[in-house]
Design a protein around this ligand. Structure first.
Ligand SMILES: [Zn+2]
Length: 300
């Protein structure tokens, strides 16, 4: 079963899934920037409609506690849009870590994650169906190591998938070594943002550990063109890694929204998918990236 903000659903109910998104988040505390706030339910629900029209059925929402997570808002959004939304438990980059988290032990953080997965979040009956996005900076700082370690242990205990943030796509191998070293199942680990590196050799080194990679910055053309992303993705597909790849957009601020001139939550289904089809990527492979892989990884 897969835990959504409206309860557990069977694996085959998930359908087309974006596997690393932010619907409600507030990063002002660190970014000091009004554009880093996504908190208007009507606005986000309007932004999601075109994605739903294109066939999106489910979203893995990886906003952490310290990114301004709002799970009751996510439950409302699920009702407004009909989307399955999987909420996460987790802590983000070190600048976001509270004094309380700094003082906590690995065990404290592990117990917190397990409670949010098994019991509920903030006194509600809404449970986390994923752990994410747990993160590393240009190096793995001690409080980030603590969070990654706790995430791996909580995954091992509960079978919950973990979604990570690699700053500029780097340190994926270090994250893998740390997290698999704590005993979690490789197939429950989704390493995030490594598409930004456009480095297939690096990505194959990671895939050989049995983990999954999310091409989850699709549409962010200020970093990398989707044309290049598609070329690298096709290399990996041709290498036989189709069971370990996922797609998403990581919309994290207002400028990516359609109302601000961006592609919003449609970059994958509205632009990238047609691009992959024009390059003759078989439908069965697209189905794996968007439907089968996320469902298998999230199911427990
Ligand atoms: Zn993200």
């Amino acid at each position: 079963m897969i835990q959504t903000v409206c309860g557990a659903v069977p694996k085959d109910a998930l359908g087309v899934t974006l596997s690393h998104e932010h619907l409600l988040a507030d990063l002002r505390r660190v970014r000091h920037d009004e554009a880093s706030v996504l908190n208007d339910l009507d606005m986000i629900s309007e932004e999601l409609k075109p994605a739903v029209k294109l066939g999106c059925r489910s979203i893995v929402e990886v906003t952490t506690v310290d990114m301004g997570r709002d799970v009751t808002g996510l439950r409302k959004l699920s009702g407004m849009t009909g989307l399955n939304i999987v909420a996460s438990t987790g802590f983000y980059l070190k600048e976001y870590h509270s004094g309380r988290l700094q003082k906590a032990t690995v065990d404290d953080v592990e117990e917190f994650f397990v409670k949010e997965v098994n019991v509920g979040i903030d006194g509600t009956d809404i449970k986390s169906g994923a752990i994410g996005e747990v993160a590393s900076s240009e190096k793995i700082y001690p409080s980030e190591e603590k969070v990654l370690t706790a995430a791996s242990r909580a995954s091992k205990r509960t079978g919950t998938a973990v979604f990570t943030h690699c700053d500029m796509g780097r340190l994926g191998l270090e994250q893998i070594s740390l997290m698999l070293g704590q005993g979690m199942t490789p197939d429950k680990l989704v390493i995030g943002h490594t598409d930004l590196t456009a480095d297939a050799d690096y990505q194959i080194k990671m895939l050989k550990f049995g983990v999954n990679l999310a091409f989850d910055t699709i549409g962010k053309s200020n970093y990398l063109s989707d044309e290049t992303r598609a070329e690298v993705l096709i290399k990996l597909l041709e290498g036989g890694w189709e069971d370990h790849l996922l797609l998403s957009e990581d919309v994290s601020k207002q400028s990516y929204l359609i109302r601000c001139g961006g592609k919003g939550y449609t970059a994958v289904l509205g632009s990238f998918l047609p691009l992959l089809r024009s390059k003759r990527v078989p439908e069965e492979q697209l189905h794996k990236l968007l439907v089968e892989n996320p469902a298998r990884i999230l199911d427990r």
